[in-house]
Design a binder for this molecule. Sequence first.
Ligand code: F6P
Length: 547
Amino acid sequence: MALHTTNPTKTASWSKLQAHYNQLQAVTMLDLFQADAARTAQFNLKWNDFLLDYSKNRINQETIELLLELANEVGLKTAIADYFDGALINQTENRAVLHTALRAKETAVIHVDGINVVPEIYEVKAKIKAFTNEITLGERKGYTGKPFTDIVNIGIGGSDLGPAMAVEALQFYKNHLKVHFVSNVDGDHVHEIIKKLNPETTLFVIVSKTFTTQETLTNSETIRKWFLQTATQADVAHHFVAVSTNMQKVTEFGINPDNVFPMWDWVGGRFSLWSAVGLSISLAVGFENYDALLSGANEMDDHFKTTPFDQNIPVILALLSVWYNNFFGAESEALIPYTQYLQKLAPYLQQGTMESNGKSVGRDGKPVDYQTGTIIWGEPGTNSQHAFFQLIHQGTKVIPADFIGFVKPLYGDEDHHDKLMSNFFAQTEALMHGKSEAQVQAEFDKQGLPADKAAFLLPFKVFAGNKPTNTILIEQLTPKSLGSLIAMYEHKIFVQGIIWNIFSFDQWGVELGKQLANSILEEINSKTIQNHDSSTSFLLNHFLTNK
Ligand code: F6P
């Protein structure tokens, strides 16, 4: 069934939200906390080992009620049911969107074209499990009889970012295998990785849904050439495996069909780490941990599917994001995990969020006349505090930020963890409270600063405060909690797309650059520059003359 089309700005709730915004914009969060000391009790959600405190936002009860009204007016409930039931909601590609099926329980029944896909999913999972065990236990060996020591994931976009992020995030749970990622078509990237490898003990996992992606094929060919300097063509079948929907191209590459892990066109690249695209995760941390990641995501799916919207974490996060994006004019959102393990979360969610919701045409085929996709960026705290926090604290832009922290560290180093978490709590407090002129002046008085110096410095030392944050506090970083966290953001993206009336599951915007790059490559190869604008011709000529 097609998704319902509603221009959100034409709904009754949108007009009410606009009027409400006009009233609330002059009210600070400190005013709201002063008016209602019990505010946090009203604006927090507890679920499994997650705690979301969203009280440090520029909202009151009416804001939430109006945003919930908006969710109802755009038909979010039906859209969620369609999403989980495998309706063809990726309408521009005529596909279902069923990454949630990949982490469903074995007893679930989910139909695509009238066929229950769950048994097929579990067959592939069994294959991932058996393969992981053979490699990690050293039962499957390289062409000289030695066990594998290194894994190289060759893929880009969703075929790289998810596995790379999860392997980094789950480093604590890692086994002896060294896992590398090659993505960029930049030859220096692949050559830097190759120089660390021994062909006798390296397994290559080529991940490409289409098996036509220039970067992945070029890197795979370069690696195969390097491999064949010491091994034979027949050895390729033992050292190269693939994850793809394109069986023909994979076998043409020389991969043994037994070593192909299938995926399906109803899994979008940026949501594919739950499929065999996650093979390198399973190899890195073992199948049980990989499966726990999936079950964490499945639990978040159940929460999202069944919980009333006012208690529903992804729904609340999405509504808050719409509130800032469309009423406060916030263009970006920061994502600040207080763990070094999640250093690749922001780049991963950049694809998830910006490839999904970076759209300017509505589901009715007409240009939208309101803002859609937010810009996502971020780095772990405390490093980011010493990098870009200045702009969040004292810059001119509204940047809502998610602070993600964990109650327990993994190595049990309480000294470090208490310092880390004191920063975590201090920052959201500082962002909300700011520092008033009176507070700054009192500090100057205490230091005995001369009046002229104090008068000069005062405006620079004031913090306006009133900067919104969400605090997501999780018990511990485990494969399961990581799965829930990723799924939480996936569903937030879905809700935003439904409200903004756009198609979140295609990515036509990445095609034009690819097309032009192909024709420019021909021009570079033939050293004949065709007609371009004067800037592009000038640059190409400079490149060809100087290369
Ligand atoms: O460039 C966009 C994209 O299509 C992504 O959506 C996808 O994750 C990536 O390219 C890689 O595609 P493939 O897995 O087919 O190589």
